[in-house]
Design a protein around this ligand. Structure first.
Ligand SMILES: [Zn+2]
Length: 248
């Protein structure tokens, strides 16, 4: 598998990156996981406007889904379009939410997306074996485990510490984990992880490599987040950047 980070800013676009969006590729199949604010720009810069073969939205917070609304225009009104419906795996409210955000009363985006409602479990998307489970976050949110050819990539989405994240990350070769909050600062319960907590999950899960994401540049400290994660996890560790690629 190859992971390309299209966006990694937490909560709102940062000066150096759009919000969460990750392209995962295997056997020429491209799965876009999350499609946060601004990431339609880096999709074009790094892979191409029509690159995704399928999309998976982990939850319906703006910083993980809003550019799937802008993408309606891309598919529906392309000079060589309209393009056929794109498989879209998402929480059950996605069809109504995307249509409402698109803004035309009574409109639908069913001509652009073929929706599949997420539920905890394992299922195929293209060449990937995908396992999703509910995370500890205020809205219906799924962490994701992608397996291909014996390799495992786990993505936390947004979550506070929870057993289901630990299960999903078990033995992952690459663990892409949010680290939104700073240790020592005030951390509301059931919302996000700190660098230390991300490191603790990675250690318990036996993850081979930890990539920290979803830092909030305006409010956080990358150095502090890295330091606290490194105190809890001794394996290879870094904070991701938009445009970075990783072979899993
Ligand atoms: Zn969220």
């Amino acid at each position: 598998m190859r992971l390309t980070v299209l966006g990694c800013a937490g909560s709102f676009p940062g000066p150096e990156s759009p919000c969460s969006a990750y392209l995962v590729e295997a056997e020429g199949f491209r799965l876009l996981v999350d499609f946060g604010s601004g990431s339609l720009s880096t999709l074009q810069r790094y892979v191409g406007l029509h690159a995704p073969d399928a999309i998976l939205l982990t939850h319906l917070h703006c910083d993980h889904m809003l550019d799937a609304v802008s993408y309606v225009v891309v598919r529906r009104y392309a000079p060589d379009g309209p393009y056929p419906p794109l498989p879209m795996y998402a929480p059950s409210g996605a069809p109504d939410r995307l249509a409402a955000a698109y803004g035309q009363e009574g409109s639908s985006v069913d001509d652009v997306y073929q929706f599949y409602g997420l539920q905890p479990g394992t299922f195929p998307i293209g060449p990937f074996t995908v396992t999703v489970d509910r995370m500890n976050h205020p809205v219906e949110t799924y962490g994701v485990r992608l397996e291909h050819d014996g390799r495992v990539l786990c993505y936390s989405s947004d979550t506070a510490p929870c057993d289901s994240l630990l299960r999903l990350a078990q033995g992952a070769d690459l663990f892409l984990c949010e680290a939104s909050y700073l240790d020592g600062a005030e951390n509301p319960p059931d919302l996000h992880l700190t660098g230390r907590e991300a490191g603790e999950v990675a250690t318990k899960a036996g993850a081979g490599r930890l990539l920290l994401t979803h830092l909030v540049a305006a409010w956080g400290s990358e150095a502090h987040t890295l330091e606290s994660a490194a105190a809890a996890y001794t394996g290879p560790l870094e904070v991701v950047r938009a445009g970075a690629c990783y072979d899993v």
